[in-house]
Design a protein around this ligand. Sequence first.
Ligand code: FAD
Ligand code: DLZ
Ligand code: SF4
Length: 509
Amino acid sequence: MVRRLVLVLGDQLSPDVAALRRADKAQDIVVMAEVRDEATYVPHHPKKIALVFAAMRHFAEGLRRDGWQVAYTRYDDADNAGSIPGELMRRAGETGAQAVIATEPGEWRLIAALQDCPLDMTILPDDRFLCPRADFEGWAKGRKDLRMEWFYREMRRRTGYLMEGGAPAGGKWNFDASNRKPASRDLLQAHPMAFAPDAVTEEVLALVEAHFSDNFGRLRPFDYAVTRGQARQALSHFVRHQLADFGPGQDAMLEDEPYLNHARISAYMNIGLLSPREVCDAVQAAWEAGEVPVNSAEGFIRQVIGWREFVRGVYFLEGPDYPRRNALNHQRGLPPLFWGAETRMNCLARVVGQTRDLAYAHHIQRLMVTGNFALLAGVNPAEVHEWYLAVYVDAFEWVEAPNTVGMSQFADGGVVGSKPYVSSANYIDRMSDYCGGCAYSATTKSGEGACPFNFLYWAFLDRHRDRFEANHRMGLVYGTWDRMEPARRDAILSDATRFLDALSAGKPV
Ligand code: FAD
Ligand code: DLZ
Ligand code: SF4
């Protein structure tokens, strides 16, 4: 039998990934490669590159121990071809193999690159998800609106998670009303599990230091799990120590407490160290054992079988142009504060600072602080997308783009969300302790010291009135705007113009 190459990408580190299941351990050759094209398509956070490379090296070792022949290319190997197709061609030349088995990449760019590769390429569906692409397409077909909530209920029924008979456990599909409490230090339980780098990871850290030290983000300390065993420990730790209070703490934001009760396991799932099913099984088991309340179990499972699967479905359904959409025609450049330039806005300084240090921010920080600000300021969504794709350790386009371009920037015109996630300072003040230490006042709506979120919020709604006025979920806010004194509306709009001009001129805000 002719030998084949078996491609395993840096986010396909699952022992049962489709390409490995199809391959023949006795004669096929696994190809793994740290390459320039993947490491530079955006200026990834150094921690993200380190995580991917360290996990790839550990995974390759595991495959070898398991009897596979692995052709592994390190980033600084002299004959590194610099791209995934280039490495496949090089290995084909070395071994005489002409056929490649691959698992479908999570990004249109790389799918196209594999399809263009002149080798005999078999691309298998990536079946590490709970909802296959074809099933999502079937669910979406004929629907006017794709609402996550309906998809989620379908997924609950299909998977059986938190179901009692045919009904949702606790009598409700959604426990948001008892979740999402404002920030409070008693919400804190424990921090996610941290792992000291071993010799293999230390070698990767040195490599990342040598090649990527100009990228935004601090490499050290590096404490991410880099093996499946460590990721499983992190999952157990979360379920035992943090899950019970996950629901109430889900939306809270506290200075110096980046994780609260969040799991910090998205990157582990996204690169394949954990499967979404085993994550949900662990949560289901804790709920069945009476160790965690249904509101927290439900809040968590919704994120994984609901949002995570939904955004992947949307990414592939909508096609390769999705990340470039710009429904609101926003054209402002990404302000330098996103890359750490000085700002007096404490919430932004905190979230960007935490992102620089940890390559992590939780959902509400991404959505209601940095995302909210970029949307209100009218930043070009393609630039916002590239920023999120670069700076978070869990950022892969299939999950990042629908969250950023869709949910956060409304640049898809309403495919992911039915209305834009915008808010004034009131929301951030209620959910965080950021405003107390800020140079701006959250309760001042315009004029001296007013929080920019306050006037930018109204200016955004005013600017996009034609699009949003008819939205039944936004009618009330337009009513409030219309009832304001004209002089007050003018003051708000001129504050916004002054602020946005300063932002465009690159002045610190
Ligand atoms: P937890 O809060 O503990 O949640 C548990 C799990 O649920 C996560 O690990 C994640 O796998 C899943 N999850 C939660 N929300 C979402 C969501 N909206 N979409 C998909 N999965 C979700 N998530 C990514 O994995 N990669 C990204 O690149 C990414 N970019 C985002 C960009 C923006 C603008 C926004 C608003 C959200 C983004 N998210 C992304 C979703 C979410 O912020 C992260 O999944 C979460 O913060 C990861 O931290 P955690 O593991 O502690 O999550
Ligand atoms: C993110 C990433 C990085 C930084 N480097 C590599 C790499 O060198 N080799 C590799 O196989 N994969 C890498 N990845 C993950 C890919 O970018 C990912 O497979 C695609 O974005 C598709 O999701
Ligand atoms: Fe952010 Fe405004 Fe609060 Fe300052 S006052 S922390 S800018 S929301």
